[in-house]
Design a protein around this ligand. Structure first.
Ligand code: AMP
Ligand code: ZN
Length: 115
């Protein structure tokens, strides 16, 4: 998509701190990190979000890459969280599928049943 920020990052038209890249995906540091480790994983091809008819093979590759990023960032053993925001209620602000890899500190909110 011509006017999409993350498409421009994927095409190297806009700079980002790239952590990992291959033909299909890119991982780069979030510009406004919410945790000590906060890296985004995107497919290079544009999809609005995870429900946008993304090929399953590509989805698998995106998640495998997220796990690889956790390793690269050194949080694979200490633990981390993968988040993908979708649409209005999900508070998605950049409409190009991305997975947040967050960690490096005890995360403030536990997802799932209360402790
Ligand atoms: P979301 O709210 O899930 O759509 O997340 C979008 C994320 O993109 C936010 O965490 C932003 O801080 C991040 N972001 C916005 N612009 C840039 C940029 N130019 N480079 C890296 N991360 C960005
Ligand atoms: Zn895009």
């Amino acid at each position: 998509m011509s006017n999409c920020l993350f498409c421009k990052i994927a095409n190297h038209e806009i700079d980002a701190k790239v952590v990992y890249e291959d033909d299909l995906v890119m991982a780069f540091e979030d510009i406004n990190p919410q945790t000590p480790v906060h890296t985004l994983v995107i497919p290079k091809q544009h999809y609005d979000h995870i429900g946008d008819d993304v090929p399953e093979e590509l989805l698998g590759h995106i998640f495998t890459t997220a796990a690889k990023v956790a390793q690269i960032k050194g949080v694979d053993t200490s633990g981390y969280r993968l988040v993908t925001n979708i649409g209005e209620d999900g508070r998605q602000t950049v409409i190009h599928l991305h997975i947040h890899v967050v960690g490096g500190a005890r995360l403030p909110i536990r997802m799932g049943p209360a402790d």
